[in-house]
Design a protein around this ligand. Structure first.
Ligand code: AKG
Ligand code: FE2
Length: 366
């Protein structure tokens, strides 16, 4: 079996081409946001309430930290399939663990499957390591357990700090009572780190061949690090997918469904997907790394109208524009389990089943 390799930083990778259409994301300086710079906070708010995606620089997850995570992911993916499958997510809606390529449908036809392979490591498990582990009781593939103290814990801690700081900013901007969003993200949850590998795309494959299905993220905030292109977003009101250009030192951050629902649609959870990297990059294996902050498992996903400070009406105003967002009775745990379960090929007998995996992308007014 040929070994997989992960790119050290951006060296040795063909450049992202200039002749593909990219989405212009705002660059937000995390240090400024953390230090309360009102101008930078307003720029972050603008990004989060329009496209819901932005670049983040000075975020503290440095190249050494990221490379250690990619090295861990690479060692996991290089294990024999049968070893990896001991940690399979299965078909019952569990997100933590290993996902084999090809077991998720990428559309409602039932004819197309994904090519993304990944390992998801629960935040609660990583921080509880060496145990007992509250989530994936059986533990993780050996290279992940070996890297838990030196690589995974530091990456998760840094990601949590960044996302919690952003949640604080949104709490204030939404006019919520102090600590409202923090309390919804302070217990056991589906929060997890994910390392993803997609194989090089054969030369004759369409540039639109989907490697990771079009989706909105399930939780609250995602903190993404990639080197090769291939991530695309469909901005509201657009019919054309646009690439996100990876930039050294810049994370790609986005809002997920849970925050969109909590905020009555004021915060935008935007649909995105992964296709083969553009230009000469397509011949390369693609690696990416994400940390997903998700609400506490038992938090009901509902607009936080009653948690606003007296006089604040932003969430009602948002809801008036996106009424479909209120149509769930699910908790964050149930939302995550349903979406994870119903996109699995094994669970899809008809288009209706696939549609049952969907999130806010089908209820938003573009
Ligand atoms: O690999 C990427 O660039 C994006 C991954 C992603 O959207 C996800 O895992 O939710
Ligand atoms: Fe995503």
């Amino acid at each position: 079996m040929p070994g997989t390799t992960y790119p050290a930083a951006f060296e040795g990778i063909p450049p992202f081409p200039d002749d593909v259409e990219t989405v212009p994301l705002l660059v937000i300086d995390y240090e400024l946001v953390k230090n309360g710079d009102e101008n930078e906070i307003n720029r972050l708010w603008e990004a989060a309430t329009t496209l819901g995606f932005w670049y983040l620089k000075n975020h503290g997850a440095d190249e050494t930290m990221l490379s250690s995570m990619f090295a861990m992911g690479s060692e996991v993916m290089n294990l024999p399939t049968e070893e990896k499958m001991k940690y399979d997510q299965g078909n019952n809606g569990i997100s933590h663990g290993y996902k084999q390529p090809g077991n998720v449908n990428t559309d409602a036809t039932g004819k197309n499957q994904d090519s993304a392979e990944f390992i998801n490591i629960s935040k609660d498990d990583a921080l509880a390591y060496p145990g007992p582990l509250p989530k994936l009781k059986m533990g993780y593939p050996a290279p992940a357990e070996t890297a838990m103290e030196a690589a995974i814990k530091p990456f998760i801690r840094q990601s949590v700090e960044v996302n919690d700081t952003v949640l604080e900013v949104f709490n204030r901007k939404l006019g919520l009572k102090e600590g409202t969003l923090a309390r919804k993200h302070n217990a056991y949850s589906g929060s997890e780190a994910r390392c993803i590998r997609t194989p090089p795309a054969p030369a004759d494959v369409s540039p639109d061949k989907v490697a990771l299905l079009a989706h909105t993220d399930f939780g609250s905030l995602s903190f993404l690090h990639n080197r090769l292109g291939g991530l695309q977003v469909l901005p509201p009101g657009h019919t054309k997918w646009l690439y996100v250009r990876p930039m050294p030192g810049h994370a790609i951050c986005n809002v997920g469904d849970s925050l969109a629902i909590f905020s009555g649609g004021v915060l935008q959870s935007n649909i995105h997907r992964v296709v083969p990297p553009p230009g000469d990059q397509r011949a390369h294996e693609r690696w990416s790394l994400v940390f997903f902050t998700r609400p506490n498992d038992d938090e009901r996903l509902r607009p936080l109208v009653d948690d606003q400070l007296p006089g604040s009406t932003l969430i009602q105003e948002g809801l008036a524009k996106k009424p479909g967002l209120t149509q769930t009775e699910e908790t964050a745990g149930e939302w995550l389990a349903r979406r994870t379960k119903m996109q699995r090929t094994a669970n899809i007998k008809s288009a209706k089943d696939f549609l049952a995996s969907r999130g806010t992308e089908h209820t938003q007014v573009a």
